[in-house]
Design a protein around this ligand. Structure first.
Ligand code: ATP
Ligand code: MG
Length: 249
């Protein structure tokens, strides 16, 4: 559905910037990011960036399991002309080759950008600043390639110190904070309810409590892993006992 809607947006040439009436009528951001609980302000902000005709680039940082990657995956699922890159994957087509072969790419979604090689980070400098993609001469015997692109980059980063300073400064940065207990509980209950329908709220609340207070990792991924093994309240105590006893120091 959104693939069509956004195709329409990107094809309309007479809209200079984002159409604010769009926001008034429909909460597209809630639909676009419907698997993500909370962050209504960030969803709205991202929608603004997505619709804008200007070149903007966004970088997410923050603790593990705060849905940084899910933001990119939702965009990749719903937006036309988007390309998701898992920077930890060692093989596969390089960014530059991909972009030369797909010049209409509008949204480059780079997960864990700090894991990109320095060379790939450098290629992004000019692209982000001027929209011009250059390929350095030395890389190819065929010579110099250059193309103008209208592209926005949305990226996640785990270790900000691993990003080069020029690359960092080309992004608007959003640091997602650690969840509060109330947020953690709401997210846990929502995710368990939608993924494991046979578990009721007493069970999901107990799982959240155990992960927050006893196992003390405060990690939503642990909540989901325990939920997968759970059928009732007793299962949780049993699983938690073992996880606590053998918890890595
Ligand atoms: N606010 C949230 N709404 C929905 N799911 C969430 C939320 N926060 C975390 N999760 C869930 O937590 C898991 C981890 O999310 P994700 O992979 O996006 O984390 P991350 O921030 O990229 O972490 P890392 O830094 O380790 O890569 C996913 O299953 C995701 O659905
Ligand atoms: Mg991630």
């Amino acid at each position: 559905m959104f693939k069509t809607i956004f195709k329409k947006f990107s094809n309309s040439t007479n809209k200079k910037n984002l159409d604010s009436s769009l926001f008034a009528h429909k909460n597209y951001e809630d639909k676009l990011f419907n698997s993500i609980v909370g962050y209504s302000d960030i969803k709205k902000f991202l929608m603004r960036c997505i619709i804008s005709k200007e070149q903007v680039h966004i970088l997410f940082t923050g603790p593990p399991a705060t849905s940084k990657t899910v933001f990119l995956l939702e965009m990749s699922r719903e937006l036309s002309n988007s390309y998701f890159i898992d920077s930890t994957a060692t093989s596969g087509i390089g960014i530059v080759d991909f972009l030369f072969s797909n010049p209409n790419t509008k949204f480059l979604l780079i997960d864990e950008i700090d894991k990109l090689t320095k060379k790939d980070q450098t290629v992004l400098y000019n692209l982000m600043e001027t929209g011009i993609l250059n390929e350095m001469k030395a890389e190819r015997t065929k010579g110099f390639r250059q193309q103008k692109m209208n592209i926005k980059i949305f990226a996640t980063c785990n270790e900000l110190t691993k990003l080069t300073q020029p690359l960092k400064s080309r992004f608007m940065k959003l640091e997602l904070p650690e969840y509060t207990w109330e947020e953690f509980l709401t997210i846990s209950n929502n995710l368990i309810k939608s993924r494991y329908k046979y578990l009721d709220e007493r069970v999901s609340t107990r799982i959240a409590e155990v992960v927050w207070n006893d196992i003390n990792t405060k990690d939503i991924r642990d909540v989901l892993q325990i939920a997968r093994l759970t059928r009732n309240l007793e299962d949780i105590e049993d699983i938690a006992y073992t996880l606590m006893k053998y918890k890595p120091k």
